[in-house]
Ligand binder design. Structure first.
Ligand code: GLN
Length: 456
């Protein structure tokens, strides 16, 4: 297993060469959409000449292809952005580069980050790193697989409803979904602006904490970012931990529950107190999410019309046809489904019944979490009800696919931080435990994961 430390103190050029070699050797997984080799070697030279120094000097990484980054296109795994070349880089990519990290490629994802398996990529799915007959999870499947295969020691993803946590759990790596507003969204293709969060994957909690610390901080280009609050936690006292029992029912695979229960036993053995808790609105979170998020998706995707953004259809005879044909060819089926649902729930006559109701329910959900956090430091649950599933198993039934997000979307709607922590295997496939905290408790969650890693 490779960590950031593996790469420090070696020549950056060698690191880049090795990462690119590893990417090529693992091409059959389809974790990457393209390499950014030219720029990577340029950056390596700057590091090796001492012109760029920092805590990640010469360390290679990969970003999900919805991050704007130099060298090659930024496609969001869609045809409509197939030829889009970013005129700028995402703020968090700039921050990592300023510390000497080197981006070597762009990872595959579900088109526009809509999905839970990477099967919605317009360019073909990514295979699971542990069992290539299973899906990688999604939507940041390529990033998770790249870390699990040791192509790079860390990778960036985006999490709107679980897209970092779920693929992290499916591939047995750490995934960090920060507090909403802790990391800048600037320069990342927007999915749902009220829940989009940028975070990372890594092989250890220590690495995940370092990358998160570097990514975090206020950005004048993203007005929703919060003043910097991330302070690494070095000593951890005994915590009060609540197990969300709503996610530990028979709807969750027995193997997944067993791994979570074992993790709970280890928490107790480490001096933490653990109690069962209820989150009564848990069962409504998917319904809220699949109203609010499509509404925001429909708005955010309106800009891809073949005129302002996106490839333009050459067959159009009128302006209406130009919009219609460009969008029809440019978007995959799931994107169209979300645009239709989103416009429906926002349309006059339905707005109050769906969108407004869902926002009111979301407020109640936030209050339920706040109430739990007045009594508990951390909440725990599985990340997903199952381990990685097979290709095509859930593609015919969107509801089945959406169920994969049942335990992650509530956290996103509440804007609170959560981690996916590797917790062993079930029938040969990785299981992840979700550690959830109050807003701004990111550093505590990472310290807890790290302390558990140290004893395991
Ligand atoms: N799987 C969820 C969805 O399809 C989450 C996506 C995400 O977090 N980007 O909406």
């Amino acid at each position: 297993m490779k960590t950031i430390a593996t790469y420090l103190g070696r020549t950056a050029r060698k690191n880049v060469e090795q990462a690119i070699e590893a990417a090529r050797a693992n091409e059959s997984y389809h974790a990457l959409l393209h390499l950014t080799a030219e720029r990577a070697y340029e950056r390596a030279e700057l590091v090796d000449n001492g012109k760029v120094t920092g805590r990640l000097a010469g360390v290679p990484f990969i970003v999900k292809d919805n991050y704007l980054a130099f060298d090659g296109p930024t496609t969001a795994a869609s045809h409509i952005l197939e030829n889009f070349v970013a005129p700028l880089q995402a703020t968090v990519v700039e921050r990592l580069e300023a510390e000497g990290a080197i981006c070597i490629g762009k990872a595959n994802l579900d088109s526009f980050a809509h999905g839970s398996s990477t099967e919605n990529s317009a360019f073909g799915p990514t295979k699971n790193a542990v069992d290539p007959t299973k899906v990688a999870g999604g939507s940041s499947g390529g990033s998770a697989v790249a870390v699990a295969l040791d192509i790079v020691p860390f990778a960036l993803g985006s999490d709107t409803g679980g897209s970092i946590r779920q693929p992290a759990s499916f591939n047995g790596v750490y995934g960090v979904k920060p507090t909403y507003g802790m990391t800048s969204r600037y320069g990342v293709v927007a999915m749902a602006s009220s829940t989009d969060v940028m975070g990372c994957f890594a092989n250890t909690a220590e690495d995940a904490a370092l990358v998160t610390e570097i990514m975090a901080g206020q950005d004048t280009k993203d007005p929703t970012t919060l003043p910097d609050f991330f302070e690494p936690v070095t000593s951890l006292s005994s915590l009060k931990i609540g197990v969300i029992t709503d996610f530990m029912t028979e709807d969750t695979d027995a193997g997944v529950r067993s791994r979570v229960n074992e993790y709970i036993e280890r928490l107790k053995a480490n001096g933490h107190t653990v109690e069962n808790v209820e989150l009564p609105l848990a069962k409504y979170t998917l319904a809220m999410y699949y109203i609010i998020v499509p509404a925001e998706v429909a708005s955010n995707l309106a800009r891809y019309d073949g005129v302002r953004y996106g490839s333009r259809s050459k067959d159009a005879a009128s302006i209406e046809e130009l919009y219609g044909l460009s969008r029809d060819k440019g978007f995959v089926a799931e994107t169209k489904r979300r645009i239709m649902i989103g416009n429906y729930v926002l349309s006059s006559g339905y707005f109050d019944a769906y969108y407004l109701k869902a926002q009111q329910a979301r407020q109640k959900l936030i209050e339920q979490f706040d109430d739990l956090f007045s009594r508990f430091d951390v909440l725990i649950s599985p990340v997903t009800p199952t381990t990685a599933f097979g290709f095509g198993e859930n593609t015919d039934d969107p509801m089945k696919m959406y169920l994969s997000d049942a335990m992650t979307v509530g956290v996103s709607l509440a804007g609170i931080p959560a981690l996916s922590v590797p917790a062993g295997m079930s029938d040969g496939l990785p299981v992840g435990v979700q550690l959830i905290g109050q807003r701004r408790s990111d550093a505590t969650l990472l310290a807890l994961a790290r302390s558990m890693e140290a004893v395991s």
